[in-house]
Design a protein around this ligand. Structure first.
Ligand code: NAD
Length: 298
């Protein structure tokens, strides 16, 4: 097997950003509606600050109104819920995102469920989760990471995955489960594997489409990959490497990229694969929300 094609998530995300920017201009010109994205950040988690900054930057590049609400870590849950209430009833806000994780004294479920389903651009509200698992994808906001993965899979294999085996490693509500729902809706035969799965390498080897969303650096070895498979690496892990005798920190995925590339037909790198697609799907969801609002205004 020759080395795999590298799926360039950064380039795909840039293409999609250009399309979203053009559609935003059209929406503003024809309906006077500017997509509005409100991002709520509670506390000072450094990774969350980076994610929120990137989201704001991309939203602005698309021509959205982007407002960041930064609250101190000791903000009460009641105050966060009050802010969400205000954003829910603000017609200029089409998308609301509460950056996770929240501080320990808050109930994440309660906070995410307080967002109106029609503004829930992260796709975490039970209404959107239900629509996705019922296969009503057009009516749902689909969580951004699996939505981005799905676009990259479609680019390689088309929209109909009939007859193909997909294995998703990881069963989180944010990635694994919605990823499996999307693959199932595209007619793939789907297996969800997780920490309690017996003989994970053998399960993975059955996959024409292998999605790794675990959070363990290079867990998926080269010989877990079926020759010709499409490999989507969602994991983001920070590891220490030694370069010229100096210890440096580096991002790596859940897949042993070099070894897996020897077997796969196509594979996403980390960084530069799933990550950039996740942000752009948030923009796509926000634009869709604004378009729905404009259509309902007539
Ligand atoms: P999570 O911790 O909620 O879920 C991890 C899943 O992996 C669990 O379902 C668990 O059962 C499974 N798991 C753990 N150990 C395992 C093992 N040894 N064998 C098989 N399965 C095992 O994580 P998450 O939120 O789904 O995120 C997963 C990874 O994806 C993380 O590295 C995260 O940083 C990354 N992530 C990336 C993006 C992106 O934009 N690229 C977005 C979200 C998450």
């Amino acid at each position: 097997m020759t080395a795999a094609k590298i799926i360039d998530g950064k380039a795909k995300a840039a293409e999609l950003t250009a399309v979203i920017t053009a559609k935003t201009k059209k929406l503003i010109a024809e309906h006077g509606v500017t997509p509005g994205l409100s991002v709520v950040l509670v506390g000072e988690d450094p990774a969350s600050q980076v994610y929120v900054r990137n989201k704001k930057r991309t939203a602005e590049a698309c021509g959205f109104n982007s407002v960041q609400h930064t609250l101190p870590a000791d903000t009460s849950e009641a105050d966060v819920l009050k802010l969400i209430d205000t954003l829910n009833s603000d017609p200029s806000v089409h998308g609301i995102l509460v950056q996770l994780p929240l501080p320990d004294h808050m109930d994440e479920q309660k906070v995410t469920q307080a967002i109106l389903p029609s503004k829930d651009v992260d796709g975490f509200h039970d209404i959107n989760v239900g629509r996705l698992s019922a296969g009503h994808i057009d009516k749902a906001f689909v969580p951004c990471t699996p939505a981005g993965c799905m676009l990259m899979i479609e680019d390689q294999l088309g929209k109909d995955l009939s007859g193909l085996n997909a294995v998703v490693i990881g069963r989180s509500n944010i990635v694994g489960k919605p990823m499996a729902s999307l693959l199932l809706a595209a007619n793939a035969t789907v297996t969800i594997a997780h920490s309690r799965t017996k003989d994970l390498p053998a399960v993975a080897r059955g996959a024409d489409i292998l999605v790794a969303a675990v959070g363990r650096a290079r867990m998926v070895k080269g010989d877990w990959v079926k020759p010709g498979a499409i490999v989507i690496d969602v994991g983001i892990n920070r590891i220490e490497v030694e370069i010229d005798g100096e210890k440096k920190s580096k991002l790596t995925g859940d897949v042993d990229f070099a070894a897996a590339s020897e077997h796969a037909a196509a594979i996403t790198p980390v960084p530069g694969g799933v990550g950039p697609m996740t942000i752009v799907m948030l923009m796509a969801n926000t634009l869709a929300s604004a378009q729905r609002r404009a259509a309902s205004n007539g």
